[in-house]
Write a protein that binds this ligand. Structure first.
Ligand code: ARG
Length: 461
């Protein structure tokens, strides 16, 4: 049983089937640098507790440095017989530091507190990378919004024409949730910045090691206050997976709209050649594959989250081997977003909008009917009556196959004495947009204020 982490009470090595099932080096090897960083910190805390001499600490750090450079240039790789990254790196350390010194490092720690700590280190680094990708996507939306300060378009509810809006207003409506996703990662990091190292297998350690020293060495704010929680909790992993899923869903929603906009029927946008694909058979095709992949990968991210939650559900405390299943979902979530975000940001940044067509369609489909009703309210008509009168105008226009502004003064007067020719001031896209000038509205002045506030919050993250 040579090279194994246990042996004393075993009379032989594991069956091939046991070893094959148990093995995690094919996915946890990417934690190797974090494992070695943890080992350096642990060596120092053993030294502080008087369990390693000055010379032993120096030799240990040198061996760990050598091991890390061998891992990085792949002269040291996991062996077929290694179960996980921790065991393999202990074997590598012993090869470099000798069995006597190398055998001292495992004192006062367990793979249970190690893996819980390394996972948090990995996730904290990747949360920053993902947040950077989200910020680039936000920038692309914001730049497009600023490049089109006055571009009216149809605003939709139920996918039907509802009221005219500004394109910049809609683009920002896709940017706000993404900004909140970045804020969520910032907030999440407070919970992730707590180190489980020092929890041991579950109950803590007897060697007088200072877990807060290790925490600080590894960039954490503090150590956990409960060793069972430290080794068995994975809510911080699940929250990371949830934020990742939410980002996927947020990207999927804007992607769906872009897919619609790029159809012949909408013709609202043209995709850049570099951010679209062709067809192997139909020469004319230009496909929104990035947006479709974003939609598809949102489903995959949701799967990562639900898979992890299913692993955690009803798992008794403390560590159980089920927890080895915690890593692949969060690794996959990080990998998925890190490859998706730059493509989505590039697609949005390079969209060309057909603002003329969007503006033409903005008031169509009786999208100004609410404006007539609210204009009547300003003349003192109760809203219930105003709604009826505006509805009558819609019915008349629809029966003639014309738009609201095509009805004559006499037509309006025939519907109600309140509908004087002055109502025409709201019977234009411009009038409709300008009237919605309260905070959060779609008037150009309100959107300008919105951009100021958005940029303030963006600068603050
Ligand atoms: N490979 C294990 C995991 O990912 C490390 C912890 C193993 N602990 C144990 N008691 N078998 O969870």
């Amino acid at each position: 049983n040579e090279g194994s982490l246990w042996g004393g009470r075993f009379s032989g090595g594991p069956a091939d089937a046991m070893a094959a099932l148990s093995k995690s080096t094919h996915f946890d090897w990417r934690l190797a640098s974090y494992d070695i960083a943890g080992s350096r910190a642990h060596a120092k805390v053993l030294h502080r507790a008087g369990l390693l001499t000055e010379q032993e600490l120096e030799d240990m750090i040198a061996a760990l440095d050598q091991l890390e450079s061998d891992v990085l240039d792949k002269t040291y790789v996991a062996a077929e017989s290694d179960e996980d990254v921790h065991g393999s790196l202990e074997r590598g350390l012993i090869e470099r530091a000798g069995a006597h010194l190398g055998g001292k490092l495992r004192a006062g720690r367990s793979r249970n507190d190690q893996i819980a700590t390394l996972g948090r280190m990995f996730l904290r680094d990747h949360a920053r990378i993902i947040a950077g990708g989200v910020l680039d996507t936000i920038d692309a939306l914001l730049e497009q919004a600023k490049a089109h300060p006055y571009a009216p378009m149809p605003g939709r509810t139920h996918l039907q024409h509802a009221q005219p809006i500004l394109l910049s207003h809609l683009l920002l409506a896709y940017a706000w949730p993404l900004l909140r996703d970045v804020q969520r990662f910032v907030d999440w990091d407070k919970r992730a910045a707590v180190s489980p190292y020092g929890s041991g297998a579950l109950a803590g350690q007897t060697l007088g090691l200072d877990p807060n020293f290790v925490a600080a060495e590894l960039g954490f704010d503090s150590a956990v206050f409960n060793s069972i929680d430290g080794t068995a909790a994975r809510d911080v992993f699940a929250e990371f997976a949830w934020i990742s899923s939410m980002i996927g869903v947020d990207l999927s929603r804007v992607s769906e709209e872009i897919i619609l906009w790029a159809t012949k029927e909408f013709s609202f946008v043209k995709l850049h050649d570099a951010f679209s694909t062709g067809s192997s058979i139909m020469p004319q095709k230009k496909n929104p594959d990035i947006a479709e992949l974003a939609r598809g990968k949102a489903g995959r991210l949701i799967g990562d989250l639900t898979g992890l939650l299913a692993t955690l559900k009803a798992l008794p405390l403390a560590y159980n081997r089920d927890l080895q299943e915690d890593k692949e979902p969060v690794f996959d979530a990080a990998d998925t977003l890190e490859i998706l975000l730059p493509a989505v940001a590039g697609m949005i940044q390079t969209l060309t909008f057909n603002t003329e067509r969007m503006a033409d369609l903005a008031p169509q489909g009786f999208a100004l009917a609410t404006d007539i009703a609210e204009w009547l309210v300003r003349q003192g008509v109760p809203f219930r009556d105003a709604h009826e009168l505006s509805g009558a105008a819609v019915q008349l226009a629809e029966s003639r196959g014309v738009e609201l502004w095509d009805l004559s003064d006499a037509d309006y007067a025939g519907i109600s004495e309140h509908l004087t020719p002055a109502v025409r001031e709201v019977l234009s896209t411009e009038g409709s947009l300008n009237a919605r000038n309260g905070q959060g509205g779609t008037a150009p002045s309100a959107v300008e204020q919105q951009i100021t506030e958005f940029e303030r919050q963006l600068d603050a993250v």
